[in-house]
Design a protein around this ligand. Structure first.
Ligand SMILES: Cc1ncc(COP(=O)(O)O)c(C=O)c1O
Length: 391
C-alpha cells in the first residue's frame, strides 16, 4: 500500500487522448528550466567545473534526505558499484552474489574488479534476488572451495527494494558485506527507512531516466560508514589524499561534475511531489490490472521508488505491437538474463536460473512517470485489458 501522502497529491489534469510518453523528461525540464539556467550561470561564473561547491551541496542534501551518514558523488552508477569493491580490496578468487535478472552493469562492475559474479535466481513474485537460492549458492561456493564469498549485491529491480531483512540475516550468518545496487530505486523505502540506509553501502545512478536522474552520467554511493566515505573520496580522485597529485592508494577518475550535481539539486526540489504522484499511478495500475495480470509484489512494509511499472504478459510481442498501434509505448527490461549473455555465459550455473529465464520471456514495462494523468492511466489499462481479452 502506498503511504498517505500519495492520496493528497493530485495527478496532472491531462486528457486521456493526449500523447503518452514512456518517460517524460521534457515536462519535468520545463518546470525546472529557470532554476537550472540560474545554476548554469553560477557554474560559469565560479568556473569550478570539476570539484565545484554543487558537489558537496548535493552530497549533503542526499545524506540529509535519506538518513545516510555520508554520500559520495561519482561519475556513474557503474562507478558507484566498482568503487566500494575496490575499497574492500575484492579481486581474483572473490565471489560476489548477484541476481541473474538485472542490467548488465551489475555483472560488469564485479568482473572489472577481478572478482567473480555468482548468479542467483530471483523470486518470481518480486523479481529481486531470492533469499533461499542465495543461501543455497553461498553454501555451494563454500563447499567447492574455489572462491571466497565476499559480498551480496542485491538489485532493487524496477525501483522495488529487495528483501533486505532476509539478505542481511544471510550476510551476517556468512560474514559477507552487502553492496546494494540501487541504481533503479532512489526514493524507495523499507520499514520506514530510505534506500541508501538499508545496507552499509548503497550505489545509485543518475542516468537521465532513473528516479533521480541528471542530464548526463552520474551516480552516488550512500553509506552508513564515515571511514568508508573517506576511502571512497580518495579512490574517486586517483587514490589521493589532500595532495591531489600524490596517490596513497590505487584509484581512478570517478568524479561527478558540478553541472550534473546542479541538475540533481534542482530535481530534488520536485522529488517528493513526483514520487507521490508515481505512487498514486502505481496504485491505480495495481487496482486496474491486479486481477488480470501478475504484478511485482512488494515485500512487507516496502515502498517502490516506482522506476518502472512491470507486469508479466502472455504473447508479449503481439501485445506490444497492438499497444503501440494504440499509441501506448512499452519497453522490456530485460529480455536476456545475465547468464545467457555472451559475455557472461561461461559463468552460467548448471541448470540455469529458471525464474530469471521465465521473467525475461514475460516482462513488459508500462509508462511510468509523474506527468501522466489519471485519465491516461485508465486509457492504458482499458486498451491493455481489451487486447488481453482478444488474445
Ligand atoms: C541495476 C543497474 N545497475 C547499474 C546500472 C549502471 O548505472 P549507470 O548507467 O549510471 O552506470 C544501471 C543503469 O541502468 C542499472 O539499471
Amino acid at each position: 500500500m502506498p503511504d498517505t501522502e500519495t492520496f493528497i497529491t493530485p495527478l496532472l489534469n491531462v486528457p486521456a487522448d493526449a500523447p503518452i510518453q514512456f518517460f517524460d523528461l521534457k515536462s519535468q525540464q520545463k518546470a525546472l528550466r529557470p532554476a537550472l539556467e540560474k545554476r548554469w550561470s553560477d557554474i560559469l561564473d565560479h568556473g569550478r567545473y570539476i570539484g565545484g561547491p554543487e558537489i558537496t551541496e548535493m552530497e549533503d542534501k542526499l545524506s540529509r534526505l535519506t538518513g545516510a551518514v555520508d554520500t559520495v558523488a561519482v561519475g556513474s552508477g557503474t562507478q558507484a558499484l566498482i568503487l566500494p569493491m575496490l575499497a574492500f580490496g575484492y579481486g581474483y578468487g572473490d565471489a560476489v552474489f548477484i541476481p541473474g535478472f538485472t542490467y548488465n552493469a551489475t555483472a560488469n562492475a564485479v568482473l572489472l574488479t577481478g572478482a567473480r559474479p555468482v548468479f542467483v535466481d530471483i523470486d518470481p513474485h518480486t523479481f529481486n534476488i531470492c533469499p533461499l537460492d542465495l543461501e543455497r549458492r553461498i553454501a555451494q561456493v563454500i563447499q567447492q572451495k574455489r572462491l571466497k564469498p565476499r559480498a551480496i549485491m542485491p538489485v532493487d529491480l524496477y525501483g522495488m527494494p529487495a528483501d533486505y531483512p532476509a539478505i542481511k540475516a544471510i550476510a551476517d550468518k556468512y560474514g559477507l558485506q552487502i553492496i546494494a545496487d540501487a541504481a533503479q530505486s532512489f526514493g524507495g523505502r523499507q520499514k520506514g527507512q530510505w534506500v541508501g540506509t538499508l545496507a552499509e553501502i548503497t550505489a545509485t545512478s543518475f542516468y537521465p531516466t532513473k528516479t533521480l536522474g541528471g542530464y548526463g552520467d552520474g551516480g552516488a554511493i550512500l553509506t552508513t560508514s564515515k571511514s568508508m566515505a573517506q576511502t571512497l573520496r580518495s579512490i574517486r580522485w586517483h587514490g589521493t589524499g589532500t595532495d591531489k597529485k600524490n596517490s596513497i592508494r590505487v584509484g581512478l577518475n570517478g568524479r561527478c561534475d558540478s553541472i550534473q550535481s546542479a541538475v540533481i539539486l534542482e530535481k530534488l526540489t520536485l522529488f517528493e511531489e513526483e514520487r507521490a504522484r508515481c505512487l498514486k499511478i502505481d496504485s491505480l495500475y495495481r487496482a486496474r490490472l491486479g486481477a488480470a495480470l501478475p504484478l511485482q509484489d512488494c515485500p512487507v512494509d516496502t515502498y517502490s521508488a516506482c522506476g518502472l511499472f512491470t507486469v508479466r504478459v502472455p504473447h508479449r510481442q503481439k501485445l506490444r505491437a497492438e499497444l503501440a498501434d494504440w499509441g501506448i509505448p512499452t519497453a522490456i527490461y530485460y529480455d536476456t538474463p545475465l547468464h545467457r549473455m555472451h559475455a557472461f555465459e561461461r559463468l552460467s550455473p548448471p541448470g540455469g536460473l529458471p525464474a530469471c529465464e521465465k521473467a525475461a520471456e514475460e516482462v513488459l514495462s508500462l509508462p511510468m512517470h509523474a506527468y501522466l494523468s489519471e485519465a491516461q492511466i485508465h486509457r492504458i489499462c482499458d486498451v491493455l485489458l481489451d487486447c488481453l481479452k482478444r488474445m
